[in-house]
Design a protein around this ligand. Structure first.
Ligand SMILES: [Zn+2]
Length: 495
């Protein structure tokens, strides 16, 4: 019998806010332990939480980006459980009335498109961190109360690669929307994986096994690559799986059982009495709506459609939004957007990278730090030439005023000095020579100097003409119109 896997993911994402969810403490990674804490996030008795408006905004914005419904009534609930890194002994979350529900995420998978339905994206708070030393343990509450978004998918995923691609697509959306920095190294994204198997084509779901607290997408993929065959092996031998929670041991490459359904938590959810329900106004929702950005996939598809770009070019402008905006600004003004894409992708990017590494410091710690920052900082804004110059350059090649090789020189000069292409062409005498008299003279010289290739061409070796044409271009310092040169050479050799 053939089996299939059914996978759903719960993805926890730290929101990109300045302060925590219920207090004014900084939401900052890497501070010394217990320096970003106050009575509220330490769970002292008698304190009152105040909801972070930006966190609510980012939650609803995520809902809009994932095509979710935004209910006009949402509320917060207490999820009760004991854990040393959570001194309140409860976590505030959204249980039965979340801020967003029933959406979807489309992404590219297996050469086509895939859609995973989103059950809900709800707002909650992160807990502190435990550290275990040789003879004692330590607790750091800097993370306690950091706003956390839980994005729950429907069980629409069917294999490990698909889960991996879904997570990456979700991350792209969250990054593009400014929802989270999604820094995996800093634990900003964590995943719980729900996976079961069933006979292929069956409608009933198998026993759900949850793999908790995965902190890398590749870990999720590896855990599923282990867990799915494990489950199939059990049921195909007539064994029975019970609903349970497992953990992934990344070093050993296996999942291990932590607890079964009988030992599942009863969280005794009840409405949070210290917080008002959240009922967004029209004006508030309009404000969030104005922050909706174009999704990465939609952007790629639009660039391919509107500018006839190949997928590889569109992907460059999809991942580098600033560069993409720059491209569109120039491409709108020309007949051949592909030429603009070539200049930006092949020349401009290389030049920018070159100028960034140009002032590599030797040993100074501080300036090394500066270089690292500037390597990621935008540098399109500091370009010496205006976008209009690129429009002009493309036009000069298009109307054959300059050859492609001359255009390379013009671009380099324009990048370094900011001078206009027309001025550079004039100054350096780069205008293409279409004057047949001048080219004819050069062709005669080239044929005389290269009797071998010339007779090769006469004997029928067509490729020899390219060599001779190259010589004409060289002799004319790239100024001869290559089309005219080719015609003249051919005519002379055939004569
Ligand atoms: Zn605090």
């Amino acid at each position: 019998m053939e089996y299939e896997a059914v996978i759903g993911l719960e993805t926890h994402v730290q929101l990109k806010t300045r302060s925590k969810m219920w207090c004014g403490c900084a939401n900052a990674f890497g501070a010394p332990p217990n320096t970003n804490v106050c009575p509220v996030c330490l769970g002292m008795p008698g304190v009152l939480p105040v909801a972070n408006d930006e966190a609510l905004c980012l939650t609803v914005l995520t809902g809009l980006l994932l095509h979710c419904e935004i209910p006009r009534f949402a509320k917060f609930d207490r999820k009760n459980y004991f854990y040393p890194d959570m001194p309140k002994n409860y976590q505030v979350t959204q249980y039965d009335c979340p801020s967003t529900r029933t959406g979807y995420l489309d992404f590219e998978f297996g050469g086509g498109m895939a859609r995973v339905r989103i059950t809900r994206a709800h707002l909650e708070e992160d807990v502190g961190k435990s550290f275990h030393f040789e003879r004692h343990s330590g607790l750091d509450f800097n993370r306690a109360g950091v706003p956390l978004l839980e994005i729950v998918s429907e069980p629409d995923l069917t294999n490990s690669d698909m889960a991996y691609e879904y997570l990456n697509a979700l991350k792209d959306v969250l990054l593009q929307g400014g929802i989270s920095d999604c820094d995996m190294e800093k634990g900003m994204v964590r995943c719980d994986v729900n996976v079961s198997v069933r006979p292929k084509g069956a409608t009933e779901l198998g026993s759900k096994i949850e793999i908790k607290n995965m902190n890398s997408f590749s870990g999720v993929r590896r855990a599923l690559e282990y867990e799915i065959p494990r489950q199939i092996a059990v049921v195909s031998k007539g064994g029975k799986l019970v609903q349970s929670t497992r953990r992934w041991d990344d070093v050993a490459g296996i999942t291990e059982e932590m607890r079964t359904k009988e030992h599942a938590h009863d969280y005794r959810y009840f409405p949070e009495p210290d917080l008002m329900p959240f009922e967004p106004s029209d004006a508030w929702l309009a404000e969030v709506q104005s922050r909706v950005v174009e999704l990465p996939l939609a952007r790629k598809q639009r660039l391919m459609r509107d500018y006839q770009l190949p997928a590889t070019d569109a992907e460059v402008f999809q991942s580098d939004v600033e560069l993409g905006n720059y491209f569109e600004n120039v491409a709108r003004q020309v007949k051949n957007p592909k030429a603009v894409a070539n200049w930006i992708i092949n020349n401009l990017r290389a030049k920018l990278a070159e100028s960034r590494t140009g002032f590599q410091p030797v040993s100074d710690q501080e300036s090394a730090e500066e270089t690292r920052t500037s390597a990621t900082s935008p540098s399109l804004s500091t370009l010496k030439f205006p976008p209009q110059s690129l429009v002009e350059l493309v036009g000069l090649v298009e109307n054959k005023t300059i050859s492609n090789s001359a255009a390379q020189q013009v671009f380099a000069e324009m990048f370094d000095t900011g001078k206009s292409p027309a001025a550079i062409v004039q100054e350096k005498g780069l205008a293409q020579v279409s004057d047949t008299g001048a080219i004819e003279k050069i062709c005669d010289e080239v044929i005389a100097a290269n009797p071998g290739p010339a007779s090769d061409f006469k004997a029928g070796k067509v490729a020899a003409l390219n060599f001779l044409k190259g010589q004409v271009m060289k002799l004319s310092k790239g100024k001869a119109n290559p089309g005219v040169a080719g015609e003249i050479l051919e005519r002379k050799l055939k004569a």
